[in-house]
Design a protein around this ligand. Structure first.
Ligand code: FMN
Length: 350
């Protein structure tokens, strides 16, 4: 299974290993640089089926920190395009980009809000800060919500032009889209708040707007938090219902993570702790899913796929430790995995 190709629209992944999106906080003015070129390039050399570039701001206030990646201008897209070109020309990996807006969780460093002069006024569906000590975010007007939808659409257009194979919309971890989804962070009384349909409207509008920029050569994923571990908050049943809607709106895969919206929420963390959320979304909504969270071993990853709990395996910290996890796993499982031809002699140990 791990080495069985899978197709999303016309995009075929050679295996099920995905480099999970991970902020590297290493940009100036949102621009990718040499660090990112090597960082993502080495995972392509490691045989990774899909590389997902870190959360990338669709506007300057969409970043978490001043050093996050951005794609709100053409120069940023052009730098990202160099990485895409390398991945496509030197490996069989596919490469995606996670489009994001931090909302009320922006303007921080090391998870602490930075002063307004060094950062920016954050935005949110409602005037509720993530932590009581933080500044009250600016409440988006309906016109401003529409501008944000447009920002995602334009970012998607640039990403397609840069050559990305997959666009992932970041709807998880308490960032702007998740802030709209949750009744605990969204207490609006207009068409973007209140009912489930109203709270999901912002995401669905983004999905539709982004899809207008895509054809069969670029697939669309959405990352969600399966639950936010809070009473009366967003939960796994909401996620299943949302996934059914996303499927109707031509989303190709739901990448199921959890948490991030409620400060101090109690999360029980163990190997594969988020896999049950992926499994429930996959099996009850009938969509393809990605599982993520403490998946570190080849056997474990294979088991998740075999049991029908997910279609893709997203790996974050383990792939930072081991960029060659995909190719090494293939040796273990006696399967084939692409590997730079320059390294062929390393395929045998003698
Ligand atoms: C350094 C770091 C940065 C991260 N940045 C992002 C991000 O940009 N977008 C996102 O959706 N998740 C982000 N995450 C979460 C990971 O993608 C992943 O969901 C989480 O680490 C659990 O997977 P793991 O146990 O394999 O590390 C980040 C995680 C780490 C460790």
């Amino acid at each position: 299974m791990l080495y069985t190709p899978i197709k999303f629209r016309n995009i075929e992944l050679k295996n099920r290993w995905v480099m999970s999106p991970m902020c590297m906080y290493s940009c100036e003015n949102g621009l990718a640089n040499d660090f990112h070129f090597v960082h993502y390039g080495s995972r392509a050399q490691g045989g990774t089926g899909l590389i997902m570039v870190e959360a990338t701001g669709v506007e300057p206030r969409g970043r978490i920190t001043n050093h996050c990646m951005g794609i709100w201008n053409d120069e940023q897209a052009a730098e990202l395009g160099k990485i895409v070109h390398f991945v496509h020309s030197r490996s069989e990996s596919k490469i995606g980009i996670q489009l994001a807006h931090a909302g009320r969780k922006g303007s921080t460093w090391n998870n602490l809000q930075i002063p307004l002069e060094e950062g920016w006024e954050t935005i949110a569906p409602s005037g509720l800060p993530y932590h009581p000590s933080e500044r009250i975010p600016h409440v988006l007007t309906v016109d401003e919500i529409r501008e944000q939808v447009q920002n995602f659409k334009e970012a998607a257009r640039r990403a397609v032009k840069a050559g990305f194979d997959i666009i992932e919309i970041h709807g998880a971890h308490g960032y702007l889209i998740h802030q709209f989804l949750s009744p605990l962070s969204n207490i609006r009384t207009d068409e973007y708040g209140g009912s489930f349909e109203n709270r999901t409207r912002f995401l669905v509008e983004i999905v539709d707007a982004v899809n207008e920029e895509l054809d069969e050569n670029t697939a669309l994923f959405v990352r969600i938090s399966g639950t936010e571990y809070a009473e009366n908050g967003w939960n796994i049943n909401d996620s299943v219902e949302l996934a059914k809607i996303l499927k109707e709106h031509a989303v190709d895969l739901v990448d199921v993570s959890s948490g991030g919206n409620i400060h101090g929420a109690k999360i029980s963390v163990f190997d594969g702790y988020q896999v049950p959320f992926s499994s429930q979304v996959r099996n009850e909504a009938g969509v393809k899913t990605g599982a993520v969270g403490l998946i570190t071993k080849v056997e474990q990853a294979e088991g998740i796929l075999q049991k029908g709990e997910a279609d893709l395996i997203f790996v974050a910290r383990e792939i930072l430790r081991n960029p060659y996890i995909a190719v090494q796993g293939s040796f273990e499982m006696k399967e084939n995995c692409f590997f730079p031809h320059q390294y062929t002699r390393a395929k045998i140990s003698t």
